[in-house]
Write a protein that binds this ligand. Structure first.
Ligand code: B12
Ligand code: SF4
Ligand code: SF4
Length: 285
C-alpha cells in the first residue's frame, strides 16, 4: 500500500524535477519550490459546513467521488476510507522577489506562473491520480471533475470546490484578512487536491481558527496587504473580490497582450508582505 511518506516524496520529487515546472523564459528557473502535503478526512464535518460557509453548490468529497463512479454503484466501493490529498506549491524565490519590486501589476515571472504554473498544477493532479490508480485505488481531482464549476454558474467569485478550504481541512494553513491562504511556507503559493479511498493517515489541524495565521487577527496590527493593493480592494473590513477582479481584468490587459497570456493575476497582496513565505506570527515571536 502507498504510504503517506512515499506519496509525499513522489509529489515533491516530481515537482522538483519536472521540466514543466520552469518559467518559459531563457534560462528560466523553477516556478515552485518543494510542495507541502497534507491529508483531510473526506468525512470531516467541515466539508458539510462548507455548504453553508461557501454555498449550497459547494461539493463534498463524497459527492465528487460518487459522481466519478458508474451511476447506481454504491459507495461500498469506497471501503471505509475517504481522503482528500492536498498540496501547496510555494512560489519560488526568484518569482516572489520579482513581484515584490512591482506596485501596479505583476512581474512577468508572476504572470507566467499564474498560467504555466496552473498548467503544471493540472499535470501534477493527473500524475497523483495515475499513482493512486496504479496502486489500485479510486482517485479524482475535484477541479478536473465534470461537476466542477466556477464563477457566475455557481456564485460570482467562488467555485464548487475551493482548494483552499480543502487545504484548511488538511491542516495546511489558514485564511487571512485579504482572503489569501497562509501556509507554513507563506501565502505566495498555488494549491491542489485529489480525493481517494486510499486509507492514508489524516494530518492534524493545529490552528485554533480559520484566521489564526494572519497578523491582523492575532495582535500584530498588520496592514501590509492593504497598502500593497493597487486597486484599493483590501481594507480592515476584508477583501473586495469584485474590485480585485475588475482591476485585474482592466489594468492587466496590456500585460496579457504583451506576454500573450489568456489571464493574469496581480498577487501584489501576496508578495512584499510579512506572510509572503512564512506564518508571520511565528517569526515575530
Ligand atoms: C474565484 C477565484 C478568485 C476570485 C475570488 C477570490 C476569493 N477570495 O474567493 C478572484 C478573481 C478575485 C481571485 C483572485 C486571486 N486569486 Co484566485 N481563485 C479563485 C478560485 C477559482 C475559486 C475560489 C473560491 O472558490 N472561493 C470560495 C470563497 C468562499 O472563498 P473565500 O471568500 O476566500 O473564503 C472565505 C470564507 O470561507 C471565510 N470563512 C468564513 N467562515 C469560515 C469558517 C471556516 C471554518 C473556514 C475554513 C473559512 C471561513 O474565510 C475565507 C476568507 O475570508 C480559486 C481556485 C479554487 N477552485 O479554489 C482560485 C485561488 C483562490 N486563487 C488563487 C490566487 C493565487 C489568486 C490571486 C493571487 C491572483 C494571482 N494568481 O496572482 C488573487 C488573490 C486575491 C485574494 N486576495 O484572494 C489561489 C490561492 C492562493 C492563496 N495563497 O490563497 C487559488 C486557490 C488558485 C490555486 N489553485 O492555487 N481568485
Ligand atoms: S499582510 Fe498582514 S494583514 Fe495582510 S494577510 Fe498578511 S499577515 Fe494578514
Ligand atoms: S487584492 Fe487583488 S488587486 Fe489587490 S493586490 Fe491582491 S490580487 Fe492585486
Amino acid at each position: 500500500m502507498l504510504a503517506l511518506k512515499e506519496l509525499t516524496h513522489l509529489i515533491q520529487d516530481y515537482t522538483t524535477a519536472s521540466p514543466l515546472n520552469r518559467l518559459p523564459m531563457r534560462d528560466g528557473g523553477p516556478m515552485f519550490d518543494e510542495p507541502l502535503v497534507g491529508v483531510a478526512d473526506g468525512y470531516d464535518p467541515l466539508f458539510a459546513q462548507y455548504k453553508t460557509i461557501i454555498g449550497f453548490f459547494h461539493l463534498t468529497p463524497l459527492e465528487i467521488i460518487q459522481a466519478a463512479l458508474d451511476n447506481g454503484e454504491s459507495t461500498a466501493h469506497l471501503g471505509l476510507a475517504l481522503r482528500v490529498i492536498c498540496w501547496a506549491l510555494p512560489i519560488a524565490e526568484e518569482v516572489r522577489l520579482s513581484n515584490r519590486r512591482e506596485n501596479r501589476g505583476p512581474s512577468d515571472q508572476w504572470a507566467y506562473t499564474r498560467v504555466y504554473g496552473q498548467d503544471f498544477n493540472h499535470v501534477l493532479r493527473s500524475q497523483v491520480i495515475a499513482w493512486l490508480q496504479a496502486a489500485g485505488y479510486l482517485a479524482v481531482a475535484p477541479t478536473l471533475s465534470p461537476l466542477y464549476t466556477q464563477g457566475p454558474t455557481v456564485l460570482e467569485y467562488t467555485s464548487a470546490w475551493s482548494e483552499r478550504h480543502a487545504l484548511y481541512a488538511a491542516g495546511l494553513g489558514t485564511f487571512s484578512l485579504n482572503d489569501g491562504f497562509i501556509t507554513p511556507r507563506g501565502m505566495a503559493m498555488r494549491c491542489g487536491s485529489v480525493i481517494t479511498n486510499l486509507p492514508l493517515p489524516v494530518t492534524p489541524r493545529p490552528y485554533p481558527n480559520h484566521l489564526a495565521n494572519c497578523l491582523h487577527f492575532n495582535g500584530g496590527a498588520c496592514d501590509a496587504c492593504i497598502r500593497r493593493c493597487p486597486a484599493g480592494a483590501i481594507s480592515s473590513g476584508g477583501h473586495d473580490k469584485a474590485r480585485c477582479a475588475e482591476y485585474q481584468e482592466r489594468e492587466l490587459a496590456p500585460l496579457r497582450q504583451r506576454l500573450n497570456l489568456p489571464i493574469a493575476g496581480c498577487g501584489l497582496c501576496q508578495t512584499g508582505v510579512p506572510c509572503e513565505d512564512c506564518i508571520p506570527s511565528h517569526t515575530l515571536r
